[in-house]
Write a protein that binds this ligand. Sequence first.
Ligand code: ADP
Ligand code: NI
Length: 213
Amino acid sequence: MPDIIDHALAFARETFAGDASGHDYWHTFRVWKLARRLAEAEGADILICELAALLHDVDDAKLSPETYAGKLRARSFLESESVDEAAIARILHIIGQVSYKGSDSETPDSLEGMCVQDADRLDAIGAIGIARTFAFGGSRGRTLWDPEEKPRTEINARNYQTGGGCTVNHFYEKLLLLRDLMNTKTAREIAEARHRYMVTYLDEFFAEWQGVR
Ligand code: ADP
Ligand code: NI
């Protein structure tokens, strides 16, 4: 493994120590693994994908609002590793396109960006996605589900992080939409099984809620 990957893993581990909102180090670790798998399958630049994946959340708007706009933590890490400015610009550009913002989400303009966005979104669905979503809801003091609260239908950059009610609604506001938003064929295939798993999970959740199973 190149030294820079080792260093980026250590940097991510330091940055996310103690996070309990589903954005911990192991989220970054999984996104890195998936991004590399997608890059290999899709023929993208593997090192650019790996570095963008490893750094994609270090300047997250929620976790580090003061460095978000300039992607300052990612930049200073890459500069400290003597990465050339052209590669830094490519990586920061990808990171800026990854995040989910409902109807304001961006479609990456590079194959590498598509792989990293798909990897981040794959980690939001399936068994891991379910666990992360309830962890996030718990970290914000949200109830599991409130049958009287309907999911919102219009999600955009402005209202995605604000408002929002019970955690199960997040499945309808984001998670169940992700399968059809994958950029690459490889990610679409992986998303299919993860999506089905969530549908089965919700079916069981509601059946137990009604007391019929
Ligand atoms: P992205 O990874 O595209 O930047 P976020 O950081 O907003 O997206 O969300 C990452 C994960 O955090 C979501 O997939 C979900 O598991 C959890 N999460 C975010 N917002 C909510 C919410 N309102 N309710 C429950 N979980 C959420
Ligand atoms: Ni992420």
